[in-house]
Design a protein around this ligand. Structure first.
Ligand code: IMP
Length: 191
């Protein structure tokens, strides 16, 4: 079984990737903590590529990375690649987003998830970007999920991410879309 390094130090993200990639005969492992990658890209894809490539080179193994965040139209795409750094806690980030959006009529937003897979040489073998369209509510709804989930309403499902069950969010989220898009090519990869 080939070991693929997940370019994250977060065990939660490793488990999430394991769920999406369960049909592949890959063994996934966390990146060693001493390998640090600066996320200096200007887009989700650039950051995913950077993480996958640098972790692959440092470990001399295949690596997979994701980078995701929320883009709000009326805020010119903010918080975007700064989604995690937009505040010091989930509550803080939600509060800041709602404050900056104020009473704006335009609540349109999208969650984006970029995925990149790198060869042991660091060369990018595959990449994709999954998108989930939604609207920013004026107040949080639901108790599931994490991050901006309680204020992200998906009209197609009639629920916020925080009101969806785990499997439902896994399917319709930006991450679910990205993994569905990349899966046929992942299965073809001769790892
Ligand atoms: P990362 O790519 O996992 O580091 O995610 C960046 C940040 O985007 C997270 O810290 C969250 O604030 C936000 N984010 C990404 N995906 C989701 C999601 O599915 N729900 C809520 N927030 C998310």
């Amino acid at each position: 079984m080939t070991t693929v390094i997940v370019a994250t130090g977060n065990p939660g993200k490793l488990h999430e990737m394991q769920a999406y990639l369960k049909t592949l005969s890959w063994e996934l492992a966390l990146k060693p903590p001493e390998i640090e990658v600066d996320e200096t890209g200007q887009t989700f894809l650039e950051n995913a590529r950077l993480k996958a490539s640098q972790v692959a080179i440092a470990t001399q193994r295949w690596a997979i990375a994701d980078d995701s965040g929320l883009m709000v139209d009326a805020l010119d795409g903010a918080p975007g690649i700064y989604s995690a750094r937009y505040g010091s806690s989930d509550a803080d980030r939600i509060e800041r987003l709602l404050r900056e959006l104020g009473d704006s009529e335009n609540r349109q937003a999208q969650f984006v998830c970029a995925l990149a897979v790198a060869r042991p040489s660091g060369a990018i073998a595959l990449e994709t970007e999954g998108i989930c369209l939604g609207k920013i509510l004026k107040a949080p709804r639901g108790s599931g999920g994490f991050g901006y989930d309680p204020i992200f309403y998906v009209p197609a499902q009639g629920k916020t991410f925080a009101e969806m069950g785990r499997a439902e969010k896994e399917k319709y989220s930006h991450r679910g879309v990205a993994f569905e898009q990349i899966m046929p090519a992942l299965k073809q990869l001769e790892i």
